[in-house]
Write a protein that binds this ligand. Structure first.
Ligand SMILES: *Cc1c(COP(=O)(O)O)cnc(C)c1O
Length: 469
């Protein structure tokens, strides 16, 4: 399996050469040259596999330049009862016949990002050990991504994490989750500013090519292809858990932001998993819903981006969306260059007057959006009806999923975080706080470790330099 760029400017490369990179040199995203197809016999065999065994079957189709024995080891080391609290890793909960929630949030930070990030941590460590290199991960976070990355990389050899977050702007729970890590390779940097200041600093440092090279700076953002690959696995796992035979179809509803999670569903479908609909749910930041309703993709400015009660979906543009459009155009890199030529300059594109718009329906993608009132009502209704408590993001997925639900097609709603992370909205919905999972009872009382810096690129660079030399 080799990888190309959505913008056509990268010679085909093996997986290990795209693992650590973010964007391709031409500004595009890495994509496999073609999707591996799963035949009926394989699908039948996979039905009975444990999560790690299934993960190996799927991941090894995309990562074929790590020896089989080593790759199996990395996967077995990642998907353990110890890390995910359940031998199923992603257990399926039945609300009623034909309606399910796929539990993706039982990892160490209680959000679905752990499923890919825990794998990435072990994969990075393995690769760095082989090459004798070091990696300094620089990131900006307003919550989930940062903690997920830190819990995946803590204690890993040859890796340090420098995570910027806006001082005093994260919830107490999220702050405690990150800042209570005492591992010496984790650096929490609270920046006097807002999230966008943090993100600007990461961009500025990444654009300083000398600094980046001299200090082995890397990122773990959602465009990393290995993260997408790891997420494909639970679409198969969820499908097998909700069906009895492989001639059945299911639909998935996916709370979406950067289009990473649902992109994995799209790939699973392209591989041959019988998915009827991929239902994309947004919150008030409805840039993706707008596209699937109107054919117009118009990224928002940061001032247009709203702060919502499902904050991990507060995005202005969807970084993985280019991957889907690449497939929609029949993998036409020239067309992607043209479309993203506009997008990268803050402009919109409109597919309605092109033959492409008609093709969208062939990919099974439909969409809808949610808002605070609908979210709270959904949390309350699901709790009253099924005695199951969902978080705000999962509620958006359920709300939109139910609107698109078809008779006789099982609907699997992806759970992307646990309610305990968003206690305020839960209390608003059901009148009391969510229960804390074991081990999180005194999180906010644990000693915390962080440094405070001005929103100044040079100050951050100086800090990184101090810690790495
Ligand atoms: C990251 C995140 C999402 C959005 O996922 P994408 O892959 O960016 O579409 C949804 N819910 C939660 C809780 C998240 O952390």
């Amino acid at each position: 399996m080799r990888y190309i760029s959505t913008r056509g400017g990268m010679p085909p490369k093996p997986f290990s050469e795209i693992l650590m990179s973010g964007l391709s040199p031409d500004g595009g995203l890495a994509m496999p040259e073609s999707y591996p197809r799963v035949n009926a016999d394989e699908l039948e065999r996979w039905r009975g596999l444990s999560y790690p065994a299934l993960a190996y079957e799927i991941i090894s189709r995309f990562i074929d330049d790590i020896p089989a024995h080593d790759l199996r080891g990395i996967i077995n080391q990642t998907y353990t009862v110890d890390a995910f609290g359940d031998a199923e890793i992603t257990p399926l909960k039945t609300l009623e016949p034909g309606l399910y929630i796929l539990g993706l949030s039982n990892g160490p930070t209680l959000a679905f990002k752990d499923i890919a990030m825990q794998f990435l941590g072990n994969l990075f460590e393995y690769t760095l050990e082989k090459t004798g290199k070091e990696l300094n991960i620089l990131g900006a976070t307003s919550g989930d991504t940062g903690s997920s990355a830190e819990y995946a990389m803590r204690g890993k050899h040859s890796i340090r994490v420098f995570m910027l977050s806006p001082l005093g702007k994260m919830s107490r729970f999220q702050t405690a989750q990150m800042f209570s890590l005492q591992d010496e390779n984790i650096f929490n940097i609270a920046v006097r500013g807002v999230f966008d200041d943090c993100q600007d600093i990461v961009k500025a440092v990444s654009n300083d090519h000398d600094f980046k090279l001299n200090h082995q700076i890397g990122t773990v953002n959602s465009i990393n292809w290995a993260r997408i690959v790891a997420q494909i696995v639970y679409y198969f796992k969820g499908y097998f858990a909700a069906t009895r035979s492989n001639d059945e179809q299911v639909s998935f509803s996916v709370p979406s932001g950067n289009f990473g999670n649902i992109c994995a569903g799209h790939v699973a479908r392209m591989m041959g998993l019988p998915i009827k609909q991929l239902i994309l749910a947004t919150n008030e930041n409805d840039v993706l819903d707008e596209f699937f309703r109107t054919g117009v993709y118009r990224p928002r400015t940061t001032t247009e981006t709203k702060h919502t009660s499902s904050p991990s979906m507060d995005i202005s543009k969807a970084s993985n969306f280019e991957r889907f459009i690449f497939d929609l155009t029949g993998r036409n890199a020239e067309k992607i260059k043209e479309l993203w030529g506009a997008v990268d300059n803050g402009a919109a594109f409109d597919l309605t007057s092109t033959p492409l718009w008609d093709k969208v329906k062939d990919f099974g993608l439909v969409s809808g959006s949610s808002n605070h009132a609908a979210r709270i009502t959904t949390i309350r209704t699901i709790y009253q009806k099924y005695n199951i408590l969902v978080d705000t993001h999962t509620a958006d997925g359920l709300k939109v999923g139910l609107e698109h639900r078809q008779p006789d097609v099982p609907l699997i709603c992806l759970e992307t975080a646990l309610p305990v992370k968003f206690a305020e909205s839960i209390t608003e919905a059901i009148g009391h706080e969510p229960e804390r999972p074991a081990g999180f009872e005194n999180l906010e009382d644990l000693p915390q470790r962080s440094v405070v810096k001005d929103a100044d690129t040079n100050a951050i660079k100086a800090f990184i330099k101090e810690q790495t030399t």
